[in-house]
Design a binder for this molecule. Sequence first.
Ligand code: AHR
Length: 637
Amino acid sequence: MIRKTFARAIVATALTASASAFVLAQSTPAVLTIHADQPVSKVSPTLYGLMTEEINFSYDGGLYAEMVRNRTFGNDWSGMQHWLLVEDGDSEAAISSDKQTGPSEALPASLRIDVKQADAQNQAGVLNEGYWGMPLRPNTSYKGSFYAKAGSADLGAVTVSLVNNFSGEVVATARIPAIATEWKQYGFTLKTGMIEASAANHLAITVGHAGTLWLNLVSLFPPTYHDRANGNRIDLMEKLAAMHPAFLRFPGGNYLEGDHIPERYQWKKTIGPLVDRPTHPSPWRYHSSDGLGLLEFLEWCEDLKMQPVLAVYAGYSMAQEHVDPGPNLDPYVQDALDELEYVTGTVDTKWGAIRAQNGHSEPFKLTYVEIGNEDNFDKSGSYEGRYAQFYKAIKAKYPDLQLIATMPVKDTRPDVVDDHFYVRATKFFQDATHYDKTDRSGPKIFVGEWATREGAPTPNFGAALGDAAWMTGMERNSDIVVMAAYAPLLVNVNPGGMQWETDLIGYDAMRSYGSPSYYAQVMFSKYLGDETLGSKLDGAGPKLFYSITRDSAKKRLYLKLVNASSTPQPMEIDFAGARLAQMGKLISLTAHSTQATNTLEQPTQIVPIETALDGIGNHLHYTIPGYAIQVIQIDEQ
Ligand code: AHR
């Protein structure tokens, strides 16, 4: 009796949000019968993973912790964006883009600063505004560097400072005593004191003497995840880690393809010292620093214990440009083979040795390789031939690799086919059975991009309901759906930061938050199980979805319930074939409206709440609230 009261109390608490919904509760209970002793299919251990690309300032101005924006003053349309002249007091200077000199072949140009007049008190130079500010925290060290060249030794010292935008206060400073007349790299550390954490800061690089200074690759990093040099933002990595991702699909998406063939993702230009990376224009309308290059992707996998799902460029770029299968495609196939060797080769291979030189002698484990991206958009119909050519060459050298096709192909049988879904919640409710009847003898399925697109910049609770309903279907069918990844993953929510609406995790320079859909993912991924169980649902409303899995090692059941209706749903849940504990755990994500959401200002409006659930045993009389995504965890006795 007491136990039941406890269980009811939980339901009532969840309902205080919506008294009217409580009144409108369905009167007839739905009956869910679960056969705990009847495993139906295996749950793929790699079901939930991440998909990323450079979009919405995902890396530059996002995960990649670099604080200096447009650090290489490239010869592209971005010119000297985000750099401004500093002229303190009566100092005088001019800045220009110099195409004649730079620190490397990859970076042949530079920013030239001609200082006509300056002294120690009245310095002149440049400032960088960062990616919508420079996030500074108290008592923190920031590691910086730049490449520079002086017109003559008379130029003297260079001062590097972090300055508060509002007070003008210098919150950290360092001095480089002299600059050589040949290109050289200089390092420095900027340490803040007892400041208030804020993003309203900029970086200033100034001199106190007339003369000329050339700069390139100006860089500044805060502390990073796992303390990696050239590493990632800690808060975002922690959010990703909480998703328990099994894999990372990279580098795209459209970012892999580029608008035009020369703008494709050229992995060889993203490895090695930063000064040897030329950067490139991305299809998402901003330039990519390529600071997060191929090795950094792989190290990101290593940090979060994910397996890489590597997409190789397959001869199609989005402006309907393609490379004909045959000899013209051979160099691209070879490039992919080189890439696979870079990832998996031992140090006695050419590209394995280069990877070791770049700082990682251990080869990475690779199982899945995707050939291209969304090649159904290639109107020439060349994918059939392109896929076959890549497939044959890769399988000849790496027979164990699982090769993913980006659309169905006829002449070659792919190991896996990648399906993409960007829809409204209603569509996912209707389509949650999408894979129920898929031919099990066919290629496996990778749902490489999917999302309910409702809410901007990040999904609202209505979208989370659509996502959760869809996930119950993928989970039920994860004997065939081996991997799935929400996309896009990241968005910088500052004005101009977003190119694609409805992204899982939002942030600015300083803060980040998970959307309701993010928390739905965390719940589904954390409580996965390894086998689905036999079950039957009768008498439920059309917007009730569920998935029942079991962790065979832990002897534990996970019942995921999704009520996408505003009306609570009473349920009689019977567990047959096992003795279950009386006490379980309820993890609940609920909201009062489909429009409810999280934001930077209110990051935890909608988060999972965990409570004990008593009185389970082999029969649970339970009401799932309206607008709810829940997991019930129960141990077998
Ligand atoms: O996720 C955004 C874009 O959607 C991807 O780059 C592309 O693959 C898809 O069309």
